[in-house]
Design a protein around this ligand. Structure first.
Ligand code: ADP
Length: 173
């Protein structure tokens, strides 16, 4: 069982074992939260991502890989590739978005992490309707909550924009 927390803030300043990045399939730092994480973590992360892509190819939507935290005070960064909303049928987008959160939690558990902080994946330039994404994410996190987690104790949803924060607060109440 893990706790689900919703906060209004910046992902790059969270004191947690791992933060999740809303990455792109080439794992190249872009704009939004991805750019903020790469800037704060430093160039080492980019090198780790490049090495990964050279070896394994691009990471498909719904999947997650990990790097070190670079200069950030976290044990690791979990890079999850969110779906580009208009590229998929809505139900397929929901499945891929849910997979990002599930795969990140499974990897965190495998790495022995206690706390993981997520951004609102795909709700920026990837165009996901924010209310639809929040429903998918909360449903997924609640469905997985009662599993036999050993290390995982806290899942923190870090909402950067006011609209996401209000939506999550309303839905979690
Ligand atoms: P995507 O390409 O997955 O849509 P974006 O970075 O464009 O990723 O947006 C995803 C979400 O990240 C948006 O809701 C945006 O408000 C949020 N965001 C942007 N910067 C930060 C940050 N520093 N910390 C947490 N969330 C952030």
């Amino acid at each position: 069982m893990y706790q689900i927390e919703v906060i209004h803030g910046d992902l790059t300043t969270q004191a947690v074992d791992a933060i999740v990045n809303a990455a792109n399939t080439w794992l190249q730092g872009g704009g939004g939260v991805d750019g903020a994480i790469h800037r704060a973590a430093g160039p080492v992360i980019n090198q780790e991502c490049e090495r990964y892509v050279r070896k394994h190819g691009p990471l498909p939507a719904g999947q997650v890989m990990c790097t070190t935290g670079g200069q950030l005070p976290v044990r690791g960064i979990l890079h999850a590739v969110g779906p580009i909303y208009p590229d998929h049928a809505p139900r397929e987008a929901d499945r891929l978005l849910g997979a990002c959160y599930e795969n990140a939690l499974l990897l965190a558990e495998q790495l022995g992490y206690h706390s993981v902080a997520f951004p609102n994946i795909s709700t920026g330039v990837y165009g996901y309707p924010k209310d639809r994404a929040a429903k998918v994410v909360l449903m997924k996190l609640k469905a997985l909550q009662d599993r036999d987690w050993h290390s995982l104790q806290r899942v923190i949803l870090v909402c950067y924009d006011q609209e996401n924060y209000s939506l999550y607060q309303k839905m979690i109440a």
